[in-house]
Design a protein around this ligand. Structure first.
Ligand SMILES: [Zn+2]
Length: 294
């Protein structure tokens, strides 16, 4: 499907992989996605950061692009920005996963009455990954309403991809400190720190070193775009190499202001070697989300 697909396919073929697994892609109800896109369109004037969406296509076309890239599994990260929305989003995501076999069934949560009930329902319905967006939702991971939920997800071993770093703009509850308190209470929680914890890379790497179930996704990190305002510190490359079994490829497709292949090249140019790339782009996610007989 065009020269970019060829570049992506060449990337994983060179590594001897069967394809790649992307744990951080966004699929959501069309009217919600339009709002997200409108937010990024407005971000330019607001922050001085131009954010042109590269893959502003209809859903079918977006799926076709991912498949042409050889993305074997992906997610439908979606998140509420207010109460009363998560259960509806979870219903949509369950339907989406049912009609999209290569998408991992994704669910979300918000600190509100009833959250424990609908999270349990989503887990029973087969959700394999959760998304929590502390920045957009302006919600506190340590909200007592979420305590039983974290316990339940830790118990079930279900990963929770969490936007908890303070980039691109800090929220009321972002940063490593509240997440450190959460992990101290739920040390076995399979927290996946989105965006490598940008810009607090070192602090979130330290949490991954302290808690064996903590992982980080690469979403937008190391790209020219992110390096422009939140460069990854060269001094931390050794830790990144050592944590090679806990880093997962994520991209933010389709909402990215550059071609997908750039994320892959950005990982490659870190110079951490082919074995590291194979683990990050395929092996680690394959182990975390084993194929299921359905
Ligand atoms: Zn995202």
């Amino acid at each position: 499907m065009g020269p970019e697909s060829d570049d992506v396919v060449r990337f994983w073929e060179r590594l001897g992989l069967p394809g790649i697994i992307d744990v951080h892609t966004h699929f959501m109800p069309e009217q919600v996605l339009r709002k997200v896109w409108a937010y990024f369109d407005a971000a330019g004037p607001l922050t001085g950061l131009e954010w042109p969406i590269t893959y502003r296509y209809e859903e079918e076309a977006r799926l076709a692009v991912l498949r042409s890239f050889g993305v074997l599994r992906f997610t439908s990260m979606l998140y509420p920005h207010k109460p009363g929305m998560a259960r509806w989003l979870n219903g949509w995501a369950a339907d989406f996963a049912a009609r999209t076999p290569d998408c991992l069934h994704t669910a979300t949560l918000f600190p509100e009455d009833g959250v424990e009930v609908y999270v349990k329902e989503a887990v029973e319905a087969g959700a394999r990954v959760f998304k929590s967006h502390l920045q957009v939702g302006a919600c506190d991971a340590n909200d007592p309403l979420l305590d039983p939920v974290w316990g339940l997800l830790a118990e079930a071993g279900i990963p929770v991809v969490t936007h908890c770093g303070s980039g691109p703009a800090p929220g009321a509850y972002t940063g490593p400190e509240p997440i450190g308190r959460l992990l101290a209470r739920h040390p076995r929680l399979r927290l996946v720190v989105a965006h490598m914890g940008m810009p607090e890379y070192a602090e979130f790497l330290a949490l991954a070193e302290a808690y064996p179930e903590v992982r980080l996704d690469t979403t937008m990190a190391f790209t020219d775009f992110s390096e422009g305002f939140s460069p990854f510190p060269a001094a931390e490359l050794g830790r990144l190499a050592d944590l090679g079994d806990r880093i997962l490829l994520g991209t933010d497709f389709p909402n990215i202001p550059y071609p997908y292949v750039h994320q892959l090249h950005a990982l490659e140019r870190l110079g951490l070697g082919e074995e590291w790339l194979r683990a990050v782009c395929h092996g680690n996610a394959a182990a975390l989300f084993p194929a299921q007989d359905s």
